[in-house]
Design a protein around this ligand. Structure first.
Ligand SMILES: [Zn+2]
Ligand SMILES: [Zn+2]
Length: 330
């Protein structure tokens, strides 16, 4: 099992059977293995055919099984109803996260899961989601993956919990009436990314490589480093040699080594994810760590039915079941 839990992928429905997709079947007629349950501790896995319906506009296939309850997956966001209880549940989950040290690990993991998924649901139910810029959608996906990472960690969950408390709370402000309906600094980060992309490769490497933790010398903030590189490169100059000092020399070598990796991995991310990564680096995040985390998040959210940065799929409610890797069931 790639994950320890599965989410019902049907739109909001009554107490009938829930169903979550486990994995596609490798056979010519397609289909997938689905976990079905009415109570979370009694899960039955079934091989089911695909629904087969497609959306009228773009021909996107429904990701559910044949004869499923409710609307098809491509119509799910429209079907997400406003639920007055949802915000209260988000607040309760954020409350647990904020006092993570007072709760056991399972309670914190559950709270992280609820806070992020319900926030994503609320954004979609209020039709804020589709108007968000791609970098803010990437930020939401990153939080889903971050919450998911709590499940696997053996170390303390406290620092992740406090990060999530702040970041999810910021997401929840997007649906307040006075909200500009976007997260701060997206435009600034997009402009920075544009300037970075126009730099000659050797400058881009030095600038991104300098955005790391554990330098001997002070780290120049990203916007200053980009401006510095822009001025010099527009005069046709290459990066100056490191000063005659072994710490400077060491920093430069590390900058070039990590910068080359960071630069390549950043360029391979979908654009919205690049902007979100630059936004985080500009706030002091380690560049390589930030880019590696984006890669990891993209892989994790696939488990939630989101492919890269597509905006329209994924579970819409929180009917959960524990799925154990039980050979008799699998
Ligand atoms: Zn369900
Ligand atoms: Zn369907």
């Amino acid at each position: 099992m790639p994950r320890g839990s599965v989410l019902c992928e049907l739109t909001e429905h009554g107490p009938e059977q829930h169903a979550g997709r486990i994995r596609p079947l490798a056979r010519p007629e397609g289909g997938a293995v689905w976990a079905t349950w009415t109570t979370p501790d009694e899960v039955v896995c079934l091989a089911l055919y695909d629904c087969g319906k497609r959306s009228k506009e773009q021909g996107r296939p429904c990701s559910l099984f044949g004869a499923h309850l409710g609307p098809c997956s491509f119509a799910r966001d429209d079907a997400l109803v406003e639920d007055p209880a949802r915000v209260a549940r988000i607040d309760a989950a954020l409350g647990v996260l904020a006092e993570a040290d007072q709760h056991d690990k399972l309670a914190v993991q559950t709270a992280a899961h609820d806070a992020t998924l319900l926030t994503w649901d609320e954004l979609r139910a209020r039709h804020v989601w589709t108007r968000l810029p791609a970098c803010d959608q990437a930020a939401m996906y990153r939080l889903l993956a971050r919450a998911d990472s709590l499940r696997a960690t053996r170390s303390s969950v406290a620092s992740t919990a406090s990060e999530l408390t702040v970041d999810v709370a910021q997401m929840t402000r997007l649906w307040e009436p006075s909200s500009p309906q976007r997260l701060p600094d997206g435009d600034t980060a997009a402009a920075l990314l544009g300037t970075l992309d126009r730099l000659p490769p050797e400058w881009r490497t030095v600038v991104l490589g300098g955005q790391r933790e554990n330098r001997y010398q002070a780290r120049m903030p990203l916007d200053e480093a980009v401006a510095w590189a822009g001025r010099h490169s527009s005069e046709g100059l290459g990066p100056p040699p490191a000063e005659d000092d072994w710490t400077a020399e060491w920093d430069r070598k590390e900058d070039e080594r990590q910068g080359a990796t960071t630069s390549g991995r950043l360029a391979n991310l979908p654009t919205g994810w690049q902007v979100d990564a630059v936004r985080r680096i500009a706030r002091g995040g380690d560049a390589l760590g930030t880019v590696a985390n984006a890669d990891l998040s993209i892989n994790v959210i696939r488990l939630y039915g989101v492919d890269r940065a597509a905006s329209d799929t994924g579970p819409t409610n929180l009917h959960m079941a524990s799925v154990r890797a039980d050979p008799q069931n699998a």
